[in-house]
Design a protein around this ligand. Sequence first.
Ligand code: CU
Length: 613
Amino acid sequence: MRTQQAHHPADVGLMLNQNTPKAAARRTALSLIATFWLGQLSHASANETNAGASPTGNPDPDQIWCQKQKDENALLQKFGGAMFANPSEISSRDGVLRYHLIVDYSNNIVDGCQATLRSYNYQLVGQTLRAKPGDTLKIKLINNLPISASEKHPQQPPPNQHSGQFSFNVTNLHTHGLHVSPRNKGDNVFIEIPPQDEEDYEIKIPENHVAGTFWYHAHLHGATAIQVSSGMAGALIISSDQGLDAVPEIRAAKDQVLMVQQFVVDKHGRLEDFDKSFPSGDLNPSQTLHETINGQLFPTIKMRPGEIQRWRLVHAGIQENIVLALDGHVLHEIAADGIPLGRLVQWTADQPLLLAPGYRSDVLVKAAPLPNGETHHEYFLRDLRAAPQFSLQAESKARALATSLGLSRSDPVFNRKLSESVELTEFLAKPPQIIARVVVEGDPVDMKLPADLSSVAPSGDLRDIKDDELKGEVQKISFQRDQRVCYPSGECDNQTCQVGTPQCSSHYMIDGKIFVPSPKRFLEVGKASKWILTKDGLEPHIFHIHTNPFQVKRREPDGQDHTVWKDTILVNNSQLVELRSRYPDFWGNIVLHCHILGHEDVGMMQSVELKRE
Ligand SMILES: [Cu+2]
């Protein structure tokens, strides 16, 4: 095993002052939002009571496995600040990207702590793969993980009809966002690679594939959350001499990959117990470490005054949404989920950029000029933290509290207890998390932002889907979580069951069913259709579908809703989400699922067949 040493730079002089007026204002805003949100919870359905939680509802001090600094400033000073480094990169040659992807345990330092986790090629982050439209990815995935007995998983029998015995050491590969064939040795998540075995993937990227930022990660049902939260994910970039990549101002910008990760570890620095790390498929913030970028804690990105860089942001974690802003700078977004916007969208501290797990965003950053008389100025890239109604963790904490109190969510006493909960109040009052710093220094340059990107707006199979093209059947999806009796066929009883009765347990479902590999939904190749996403209860979910992206409206800083192409979308408390998707060519079996991968692992996934006429 190789070991990556943590950096302990002696020369890191940090000024991590969070008690700025803006931070104080934000805390006030947060508490207002909290009040709003706590009010909303009283309307929660009784169905959600008693769903998974720690036995006491309180954080177990034993779960804090290493000597984590409570003081974020001290943590970042001690372990952070090293120079930003892109993940190492492998490019295609003569139309082929040949690559050996080894899965094995490795020892690394995360967040100042020793961690022994399943990894890609012994690193905390997978290497960046870079290919062109028309290329073929020939990836030999070598599973060097040890053969182990079947492991503890909340579902009995294990998650689905795995061909062998279920284990967290079985794996496979998904190319998230790529428009490629899901069949055979392509982007096929039904493949299972047992430990001490290997598989040769052959993924042909179409000639007309859009250039952009995608990513690859493990996707074995039942083991996805554990493997991705261990760092089994890497960037997958499609580069081209057309589209965005051909815009002179973008070509001139330095290309930086920022894989934002949220590692999860137990007190031994390991991730082996699904129930403890993802209680009932849910989230366990006490095991989540500080957010890292490319495995680095608080890296330093150097820029010259006036320089423009292209940051390819990938949310490769599953624990919480990220709300991103760079002090004193605008994030000029040019692509979402790998697909060009055809314009620049300006995200700022007041209108920060939301990244839910699975999202990507390409942004241009133009370094500010140096203030008069200064030779060096630093700015922080912050995760401002999701407001409660956008938070993935706030709701699970509230549910844990309900369980520990033995109260129904609709009980007024519960609502009062919720507002008195120190843990929840502390969670909601958490200051923004600093995840990187930008140091501006050196000779100024005057790089220009592109004036107009309309000529590189999505086209071809990514042209707008108009009303008259919606010939396919409307697709309705509902995300549910409830106490139900579910069967190996994937069917579940319609009624909520009494906790304690045989076979009654908490299930994450789509359309009232848990995942089985046989298709439950059929889409006709050659058509396009409208999708309506809904969910029960307050808990957010994240819709992701393989093979074909979709169009969705999102609120942008100008206060207007704009249509964008995406492959992953947050379904939060207040929205009904409507999508449009086109299935132009590829056929075969794919999946759609919640990208909170713990939810996916316990059933919130559905098999879909793309059917030729
Ligand atoms: Cu979910």
